[in-house]
Design a protein around this ligand. Sequence first.
Ligand code: PLP
Length: 438
Amino acid sequence: PSVRDCNEVFMTTSAQLFEQASRHIPGGVNSPVRAFKGLHRPPVFMERAQGAYLFDVEGKRYVDYVGSWGPMITGHADPDVLGAVRERLDKGLSFGTPTAIETTMADLICHMIPSIEMVRMVNSGTEATMSAIRLARGFTGRDKIVKFEGNYHGHSDSLLVKAGSGALTHGEPSSPGVPASLAEHTITLSYNDSDEVETCFEEMGSEIACIIVEPVAGNMNCIPPRPGFLETLRRVCTENGSVLIFDEVMTGFRVAMGGAQAHYGITPDLTCLGKIIGGGMPVGAFGGKREVMEQISPLGPVYQAGTLSGNPLAMAAGIALLTKLQEPGFHDALAQRVETLCHGLQERADAAGVDMLTQRAGGMFGLFFTGQSRVDNFAQATACDAEAFRRFFSAMLDQGVYLAPSAYEAGFMSSAHTPEDIQQTLDAAVKAFEYVRQ
Ligand code: PLP
């Protein structure tokens, strides 16, 4: 087809666009969760976004609680972020040389997250975690890594691994294409289970390069750490010479200005960042203790590189956004909005007689359709009522509220959400809970 043919949009509804997309894009999407799999309806194709709202190709408006999966913490199309990008644009898109704006970004990150003494920019969260793990292995000279069931750290091979038959046995690939010989170095433990972590380190602590953890789990809905869990991880890593990696791709600058590590008062050795630091552009970063980071090339022997890393437009967007977040009271106000939403939803679910639980941390939250009083791990998260979620999601979408299209994803609040937006969400929820009960 000619370029003109490819650019022409003949179809106008989301359903039609999805069908058209599915011809040349696997599953019609460039990231699986966007496909609305299991939700019995086609995904909504968005045309534009502004503040707290998404607008679909048919012109319908949605109050958005996905925020591009996290970055849009001040709302979509933030004029300060767009302005910073516009200002950089005419200077050129990419040079492949050092630029001063990269130093500004590094200084800002190190200022906002004091455990980060040096930082390397990459292009995605996946690259950040993959590189941090290589660095931890290179630094310690060890191969084994520990991660937690239901935590997601992107799609690099070492991390697409599930537990073997027993908790401390060798891991198994969770996707075809991941070599078993690589997966066997990944140990997958149960989130929030400090005893299991202790046992694991008693048995093989001297072989473990690192623990990687989401300090608030946001990829199995929203599961905060139990008191003592992060402390245990810190202690066993220190005692065994292992590197503690906080994957703050989601929680960084969202749970608190200094991330979950500031909120819970635990200092990791390395931190992975993404989402918010790019302001909506493709960016990731990893950083931490100077003595560890100095092992990265060209200073040290651990190889890591990127053609577009530190891209000036992405730096401009990220710096503009991070600068805004430093306004006093920003995160308290964000957490307050989340609390209002969660309390309101809980009240309405209780009134409707629907078993539902909310959990939250700073600017992120989760809704669990369950009678349990709290959800601490993957087994409990996956025991929730998937059909109730599907019905709730669908009824909310019909009423113009865009929640994460999966029962296992966290929700994200932005500072652009007004009390009226939250009220609209709560009014929609009353009808949605009725539909859940039918
Ligand atoms: N780590 C966490 C905690 C994430 O939530 C994600 C993505 O959602 C990633 C890593 C991977 O980031 P990316 O999708 O930018 O590769």
